[in-house]
Design a protein around this ligand. Structure first.
Ligand SMILES: Cc1ncc(COP(=O)(O)O)c(C=O)c1O
Length: 404
């Protein structure tokens, strides 16, 4: 291979700034305890919030799905990759989200690309929360729309932007994560829905981290806050609380029809395997029938937040204030080296919790991102708090810890 110089130079630069990332191969299934090399470690690093990634019923549904449908879908949805399993999952998801229709995708990332590109294009304006997921930023680039951003959760600033971009031919689309992936904050949905309605703008939600976690039936933050009006499209993933792979959008029949006809990330890629759809249906059934899983998860999250605060960690609970409990808890540390040092020290104590650094979070806001699952125990949390307190004293800057 003849690598041009910029490859090594770029990597050297990332290393010098503490921003180089590397893969860590796990040797076991997802769960609160995983194998890293020969060690079993306690992990706080996954989005498997309800513990469904390794649930026997979900696995059995996937196996039965493979027996019935084979593994690969063989083609894109519009060619021959669409099966009755996709249709059944989409009907389940529409019922779950109380919408006319839903569409599934191979990933949540692609779902966001599809939704934004279907709703906005050249000459249109996308108003985004600054802390939105990277896939939404990429979606605006792919759409060719104008991107304008407001500070995290600042509905008044969003209103000003909608107003500023009123007029002309272009459409306006406001897009927000409902639970922000790197700090667990929740978006001010009632305010945003209200101002979009008044401004005549579309509203698209990314409920990736809320799906299966928030709301009386687990449908997400909109359900939790009883926001039913004014949402054009609601994106979720099958890959986090639902424990599998894939993404989905819930919307009107017409909006889904538009996506099928216009969204390149839907049209030009091979369909999600039907077996993954069967597994997602089983997971959804568990979400519906076992609400105690999300209750336990959020109880654990509340407990850990309190314990970490008592231990003096900065959880960024203010500005904007954290109003709804979620299973994502950031421990703000500042510079990348400190975050890496603490992650490495934790790993030395048998705890796997990733350091998150720029560009995933803004400069100066490197952190550990603690994420919980309903399978963690109270003892696991106490072990984490104790290890963090000791590691904080011991940590020295270094660059070989596990990271985002
Ligand atoms: C807020 C948010 N949206 C979308 C995605 C993409 O979902 P997926 O991992 O299913 O592609 C993620 C996570 O990766 C996310 O955190």
């Amino acid at each position: 291979m003849a690598d041009p110089d910029f490859i090594r130079e770029t990597l050297d630069d990332l290393k010098a700034r503490g921003l180089h990332r590397r893969l860590v191969a796990l040797g076991s299934a997802a769960g609160p305890h995983v194998k890293v090399g020969r060690r079993s470690v306690l992990q706080f690093a996954s989005n498997n919030y309800l513990g469904l990634a390794n649930d026997p019923r979900v696995k059995q549904a996937a196996r039965a799905g493979i027996d019935r449908w084979g593994w690969g879908a063989g083609a894109s949805r519009l060619v021959s990759g669409h099966t009755e399993a996709h249709a059944a999952l989409e009907a389940d998801l529409a019922a779950f989200k109380h919408t006319e229709a839903a569409l599934v995708f191979p990933t949540g990332y692609m779902t966001n690309l599809a939704v934004v590109t279907a709703l906005a294009g050249l000459g249109d304006t996308v108003v985004m929360d600054r802390a939105n997921h990277a896939s939404l930023y990429d979606a605006v680039v792919l759409a060719g729309a104008t991107l304008v951003r407001y500070p995290q959760c600042d509905a008044e600033a969003a209103a000003r932007l909608l107003d500023k971009h009123r007029g002309g031919e272009g459409r306006r689309l406001l897009v927000t994560d409902t639970v922000f992936s790197m700090d667990g904050r929740t978006a001010p949905l009632p305010e945003l829905a209200d101002l979009c309605r008044r401004a005549g703008a579309m509203l698209a939600l990314d409920e990736a981290h809320a799906t299966g976690v928030l709301g009386p039936t687990g449908a997400g933050l909109a359900e939790e806050l009883a926001v039913t009006e004014g949402i054009t499209a609601s994106v979720g993933t099958l890959s986090k609380a639902l424990g599998g792979i894939g993404g989905f959008v819930a919307a009107s029949r017409q909006a889904c029809d538009l996506i099928v006809n216009r969204a390149r990330p839907f049209i030009y890629t091979t369909a999600l395997p039907a077996a993954a759809c069967e597994a997602a249906r089983a997971a959804l059934q568990i979400v519906r029938t076992e609400p105690e899983r999300r209750r336990r998860l959020l109880d654990l999250a509340n407990r850990l937040r309190t314990r970490l605060q008592e231990a003096g960690f900065d959880l960024a609970l203010e500005d904007p204030p954290v109003s709804t409990s979620t299973p994502i808890i950031p421990i703000i540390l500042g510079d990348p080296e400190t975050a890496l040092g603490l992650a490495a020290a934790l790993l030395g104590k048998g705890i796997f919790c990733p350091a998150i650094r720029p560009p995933t979070v803004p400069p100066g806001a490197s952190r550990l991102r603690v994420s919980l699952t309903a399978e963690h125990t109270e003892e696991d949390l106490e072990r984490l708090v104790a290890a963090l307190a000791t590691a904080r004293k011991e940590a020295a800057p270094q660059s070989q810890a596990h990271s985002d």
